[in-house]
Ligand binder design. Structure first.
Ligand SMILES: [Zn+2]
Length: 376
């Protein structure tokens, strides 16, 4: 959603990535510390000192965001939820927890872990700063951990705002879910608070911009838009999950899918399949079992002169497991899988035999009709 991300390293088994937009945040923070906060708090130092302090501060921010997201991830993993890694981006950090909590209690601990971690880290930075002063370290050097202590407390407070997708919104959702036993209703209200908070930030951003604080105003405006969008998306996702829950893939799949026999020649594949059907990729079968996939791209690797003597199974590629789904598995899981590998089609199998194709369009059509009927 924010463009390319780069792998940085692995820690505690989680992959840590930085989105390109993180670079922008890092530069902005470094600049605002070096040219704003530090010269204001500790006047009459050299520019070089301010920039060094700012760079240390920026790495401290990186560590603080990582620490916060790691605590979410560790708790999620302890509850058996899959974690796809941690990404730092324009607005901070994001732990990619790829499934919803099964119980309110799990949701609560997963959400509260982040702010607790930030408060603990904030207190630790504050202690370091006090110790430095007691040991006679110059006050501007002790000012860096003091700033980081303050930053972590701010991070905890901001995240405890009770609106989705903030941690506080998840805590609120867990509480409402626990009270009424209705996950959809709980998510709806947590999402509404989140949308309201997002709009509030947008308004504050505009106000601040009009007062002449251009960078800060823009910043809050964008964060507000992001939070509002994320709040809406989170509710939609839960709504979809609940609508599809308990329904099998079999119900939505298209039976008798077009498949290419492994022994067909490339010429047959091009003439009888590529030209005849509006698909780009075709499943390849041998004796009724799924062998792999073939596409226009694979056919193009064969010179035209060899089309009659090259067989489909000479060039077809293995179909990765994440592009297949079992006929009796949950449709909600299948939708997750499509989102994860960004493909609109999954090959449906049963005991290794291909029995159908699941198309995203059909799932979405079902959801749309269902929601229209509910509104009536
Ligand atoms: Zn958090």
């Amino acid at each position: 959603m924010f463009g390319e991300s780069f792998r940085l390293f692995r820690i505690l088994g989680f992959e840590i990535r930085a989105n390109v937009t993180w670079l922008f945040l890092a530069l902005l923070v470094t600049w605002s510390l070096a040219a704003g906060l530090f010269p204001f708090a500790f006047p009459d130092l050299s520019p070089r000192t301010y920039w060094l302090m700012a760079i240390v501060g920026m790495f401290g921010l990186f560590f603080s965001l990582l620490f916060h997201e790691l605590s979410h991830s560790v708790v999620a993993r302890a509850f058996g939820l899959p974690v796809g890694g941690i990404t730092l981006f324009l607005f901070g950090g994001m732990a990619e927890i790829q499934a919803e909590a099964k119980r309110p209690r799990e949701e609560f601990w997963m959400a509260i872990a982040g702010p607790i971690a930030s408060v603990v880290l904030g207190a630790a930075f504050y202690l370091v700063s006090v110790l430095m002063l007691l040991l006679g370290v110059p006050d501007y050097i002790a000012g860096v951990p003091l700033y980081l202590g303050f930053l972590n407390i701010l991070l905890a407070v901001f995240n405890m705002v009770p609106g989705f997708p903030m941690d506080g919104g998840r805590v609120l959702r867990a509480a409402l879910w626990h009270l009424k036993g209705d996950l959809r209703w709980a998510t709806l209200w947590a999402s509404r608070f989140g949308q309201g908070f997002g709009l509030l930030l947008v308004a504050l951003g505009i106000y601040s911009f009009l007062l002449g604080n251009f960078v800060g105003g823009m910043w809050w405006f964008l964060i507000g838009l992001f939070i509002r969008g994320a709040a809406i998306a989170s509710y939609r996702q839960v709504d979809t999950q609940l609508a599809l829950k308990g329904q099998t893939v079999r119900r939505f799949m298209t039976t008798d899918p077009v498949t290419v026999p492994a022994e067909a020649t490339i010429r047959e594949f091009v003439d009888d399949y590529l030209y005849h059907h509006a698909h780009d990729v075709f499943p390849v079968i041998r004796d009724g079992k799924l062998l792999g996939r073939i596409s226009l791209r694979h056919a193009k690797t064969v010179p035209r002169a060899d089309w009659d003597r090259t067989r489909v199974d000479d060039v077809c590629r293995q179909l990765p497991e994440e592009f297949t789904v079992d006929a009796d598995s949950d449709a909600a899981q299948a939708l997750d899988r499509m989102q994860q590998n960004q493909s609109g089609r999954l090959v449906v199998t049963e005991n290794g035999r291909i029995v159908g194709i699941l198309v995203l369009k059909d799932l979405l059509r079902y959801l749309q009709i269902r929601s229209e009927l509910e509104r009536a």
